[in-house]
Design a protein around this ligand. Structure first.
Ligand code: PRP
Length: 174
């Protein structure tokens, strides 16, 4: 097997700097609570907060989707919640990938009940072909076709999250 590079480390880091500039301009002078959605977002979140030009409060949530095999049932459970009171605050979610949209449908429904001032989403990847719920992504690094990608936070059975690039798993290569 081999892993082919799909989006290189340089491409990712260049795009993160661009997003960092855009986000820094948009939130200039505001207080923002950044929420990384674990596990997949840990690397994107770590790199993105480092290029923001304003101080943020960093929090994490964890969600898990239960389905069989590669299908998703849409039954998303929140495994870890944030500790900060977000009422009247700007919340910026950081996610590795928006796929069907089930995860954000659940998270947004829960978060909006807490009356934040605003809620936005920054995602490394989006697969629009897989969408089952419309999700507005405010800051998107890369839109991709429906292919199975790993690395830079994304896993295959818990492995490969540590790769500094996004790759495509090729089980047939030597
Ligand atoms: C992945 C990803 C998103 C979610 C997106 O998480 O990190 O949170 O799926 O899919 P959706 O739009 O179809 O809901 P996963 O449940 O694989 O957990 P992980 O982050 O721990 O890898």
């Amino acid at each position: 097997m081999s892993i082919d590079v799909f989006i290189s480390e340089d491409q990712i880091q260049k795009r993160i700097k661009e997003l960092g500039e855009e986000i820094s301009r948009d939130y200039k002078g505001e207080e923002v609570i950044v929420v990384g959605v674990l596990n997949g977002s840990f690397m994107f979140c770590a790199d993105l907060v480092r290029v923001l030009k304003f101080p943020v409060i960093t929090e994490f949530m964890a969600a898990a989707s239960y389905g069989e095999g590669t299908t998703t049932s849409g039954d998303v459970k929140i495994l870890l919640d944030i500790k900060t009171d977000i009422e009247g605050k700007h919340v910026l979610f950081i996610e590795d990938i928006v796929d069907t949209g089930h995860t954000f449908k659940k998270i947004l429904a829960m978060i909006e009940k807490r009356n934040p001032k605003s809620v936005r989403i920054a995602s490394l990847l989006s697969k629009p072909a897989r969408r089952e719920h419309h999700i507005d992504i405010d800051y998107l690094a890369f839109e991709i076709e429906d292919k199975f990608v790993i690395g830079y936070g994304l896993d295959l059975g818990g492995k490969y999250r540590e790769l500094p690039y996004i790759g495509v798993y090729n089980p047939e290569a030597n």
